[in-house]
Each structure stands twice: as C-alpha cells, then as structure tokens.
Design a protein around this ligand. Structure first.
Ligand SMILES: [Zn+2]
Length: 439
C-alpha cells in the first residue's frame, strides 16, 4: 500500500478555504499534508491533475444501497463501486432495507460489508421508527452507538406529528439530525407522476405538489417550535423552495437537499411511458425546475443528493402504474450538475462544489468537505471538458434504471481518492474485490 500521494498541478477549488488556484496537494498516511506550489516529495505516487479540477471529496447524503434484503437491485459493494465511479468519496445510506436499519445489528452488518468492500466511506442512516412504520420509536442511542450518522424513515414520512417531535428531540439529544421524506401519502394516493397538464395528457394518475409541501411546512413549524434542526430530503417543487426560503429568512435551523433530476428534467420530457422517468417525488413542471435552480443559486437549497435508487431491469419493464419509483444517480450526478448548473452559469464551480461536498459534510457533521491540512485525504478530480454519453461504459451499479441513458454530457469525475488511495481513475474503479454482478 502506497502511503503517499502527490496530486500535481491541478486547479484546486476548495470553497471552505476560498482556494481557487493551480497548486499541488500532498497526502501522507491518509491525511492531507500540504497544499502549495511545486511540492517536491521523495518516493510518492503521482496523480497528474494538469487541466483538471481538484475538489474536496464529494459526499452524497442520500443513497439506497438495498443490502440487506434487495441484493438483486444493488449490494453495498456495487453501490460503493457506483459511488467511486461517480466521483463520490462518501455516501449516506438510507435505512429502507429488509430488515430496516432499525436496530444495531443491521447497522453493524452494513458497516461490515462496507469495510470488506473497502472503497469509499459509507455512513448508515438509522430508522426513526421500528420497521419504518411510524408507530414505535427506535432506540436512537443504541443506533448511534452502532454507527448511524442521522435518523430517517425515508420512503415513508413520519406522519404522526407527535412522533416526529419525539424523534427530533431524541435524535437531537444524541447529536443526530432527522432527515424527513416529505410526503402526505393521503394526498399522493395512487399517483405515479406529477399532477398537471402532462398527467392529464398521458392519462396517468397525478401526485400533487401540495403532497410534498404540506409536510415541508409541518416540519418547518416543528423546527420552529422545538428549535431543533431538521433536514428535508429531495425537494422538488416551487412551493417547497418558497417555504424553506421563508424558514431560513426567519433563521430556523432547516436545511434542504434536492436531486439532479429535479434541476435537469421536467414532466414535459415524459412524452412516452418510459418507467425510467418514474420517481418519487415525481418530475415536476418547468416552472418547478426553474425554482429548484433558483433555490440552489440563492442558497435556499443547501445540498445536492442523488437519491440513488436502483431497481432491476425486469422490475421496471412493466406498465408505468406498476413500476417501482426511483432512478440510479451516482454515476450521472457530476455530469448533470456541470451541464445544468455550472456550464449555463447558474452556479459558479465553487458554489456547486460547496453543495456536493462542503455543505453535505456540515449538515450531518461528517468528516471531510474540505481540503484542510490534517483532514482525510478525500479528493474528487474533475475533467470539466470531457464529453461522454451516459451508459457508454456499463454502469458500475447493479441496476441501470436511468432516464439519462444515451444523453451526452460534458464534464465528468475522472478521479476518486479516499484517504489518499486512488479508488477510481479515468473511468476505472480500482478494487481488489470483484463484485457479484450476477443477474
Ligand atoms: Zn425519500
């Protein structure tokens, strides 16, 4: 194992330190040792980053790795490979496994699998309630001891406002944040796409934007009343952005994320019944897409998370109504962010990196999110000009449910470095362990 890595002559962009300059970066024994011009070191591995961007390692706050329970969709190992390929050095995985991550044993299992896979950092998120059923609170203290870094019933909202309050209070006592999936399922009912002109045209049942917004508002009010932070997952509507903007103006400890598909696609692109376009919350209108972009620009939306949700091809090859919700996202997030936010000038490169790395680390109090000396040597290397077409090299994810297949993008992660170890270089994941990609 090489213990030193010198990343040479890359344009280092670290929003946390206001750095944007061509410099060298030296990582020794897993930690950042030095950032300076022309570092000369002895026997070190060199990463030539000329013409590339060197950013603090990207952190995804919201992924579904499906193991245990749904290994046919994804395993922790294939999920980690997908993350490494996409330029992520760390991910937070949601507890909607089978069994759910509602007790320390399951959390330990996930951490063990991640350790065996030994690629990127995996942080489990513990369930808020037993079986994510909203009825009995989990033992949050024990989950924290087992290694969870946040609490969520994602996939399900915490309906009972009293339960939500207790979960927030307990989680807060243990220094953990609650991440809420904002959806009133009584309003979304059997909906499969956004309710509006396009759902009428396609004859599909709609999910109204208010199904998301009523829960966003409730959580903001809970946070206002308790003064306890809450993090709102995958926001998709103009109304949600307005509500969070209002909460932030009042100084409430509310943070929010959106996902790449909500700033890249609207329901108008759904001219056919391709089930790759089915996700929850659904693709909204063009007006909503614009509002999401504005929310990212003015800081209302803090972070970009993929909500990476793998499903097997056969599961998606059914009628639109029957198909499961969700798309994969780890391998397209960087390209979509660059194409829809950075290249068009909506976000500066530095602001976008802030939402991919710095803010995610701050929101859940995770290591990383910056390139300060002494921190973990977690680095994402980007080639802003690299043109590629999605899926031209097979996805590392076990699943391929992406609406972006064959779309051409400009800009890609070309290096993923975790603790000073290169785990992906030029589109190749470097791992000793072969995944069990049996279909
Ligand atoms: Zn969710």
């Amino acid at each position: 194992m090489s213990t030193s890595l010198l990343i040479q002559k890359g344009r280092i962009v670290d929003p946390s330190q206001n750095i944007d300059e061509v410099l060298d970066l030296l990582i020794e024994n897993g930690k950042i040792q030095k950032i300076a011009k022309n570092i000369s070191a002895g026997e070190v591995e060199i990463f030539d980053a000329r013409g590339k961007i060197v950013a603090p390692g990207f952190i995804d706050l919201h992924v579904h790795f499906r193991e245990p329970g749904f290994e046919h969709k994804e395993t922790i190992l294939t999920g980690m490979r997908s993350a490494a390929m996409g330029g992520f050095t760390a991910v937070c995985c949601m507890p909607n496994t089978e069994p759910a991550m509602d007790e320390p044993g399951t959390v330990g299992f996930v951490l063990l699998k991640a350790k065996e896979g030994n690629l990127i950092r995996v942080y489990p998120i513990g369930a808020a309630t037993r079986g994510r059923e909203g009825k009995v609170m989990t033992e949050i203290g024990h989950l924290k001891k087992a290694g969870v870094i946040a609490i969520s019933d994602d996939g399900e909202p915490i309906y009972d406002a009293y339960m939500m309050r207790r979960v927030m209070e307990y989680a807060h006592m243990f220094g953990l944040k609650v991440i809420d999936h904002c959806e009133d399922k009584n309003l979304s009912q059997q909906g499969v796409m956004n309710e509006g002109y396009m759902s009428t045209l396609l004859g599909l049942t709609g999910i109204p934007s208010v199904a998301e917004e009523v829960m966003v508002m409730r959580d903001i009010l809970m946070s206002q009343y308790t003064q306890i932070p809450v993090h709102l997952a995958h926001l998709s509507t103009r109304g949600s952005v307005d509500l969070v903007r209002w909460a932030k103006a009042k100084g409430l400890p509310v943070t929010a994320e959106t996902a790449p598909h909500y700033f890249s696609l609207s329901d108008e692109e759904m001219t056919s019944y391709r089930t790759e376009f089915k996700m929850n919350p659904p693709l909204r209108t063009r007006e909503d897409v614009k509002a999401i972009q504005e929310g990212l620009k003015d800081g209302t939306l803090d972070a970009i998370a993929t909500d990476h949700a793998p499903h097997q091809e056969v599961e998606k090859e059914v009628e639109f109504d029957m198909a499961p919700f969700g798309i994969i996202g780890l391998e397209t997030s960087v390209g979509l962010g660059l194409n829809h936010l950075v290249h068009p000038g909506i976000l500066t490169l530095s602001k976008w990196i802030d939402k991919m790395s710095c803010r995610p680390a701050q929101i859940l109090n995770l290591p990383g999110g910056n390139l300060r000396v002494g921190e973990n040597g977690d680095v994402t290397i980007l080639d802003l000009g690299k043109e590629w077409s999605v899926g031209e090299i097979p996805f590392e994810s076990k699943s391929k449910n992406s609406p972006f297949r064959e779309i051409k993008l400009k800009g890609k992660a070309v290096g993923t470095i975790v603790g000073g170890r290169v785990v992906m270089r030029d589109g190749e994941v470097i791992s000793k362990i072969k995944d069990q990609k049996s279909k």
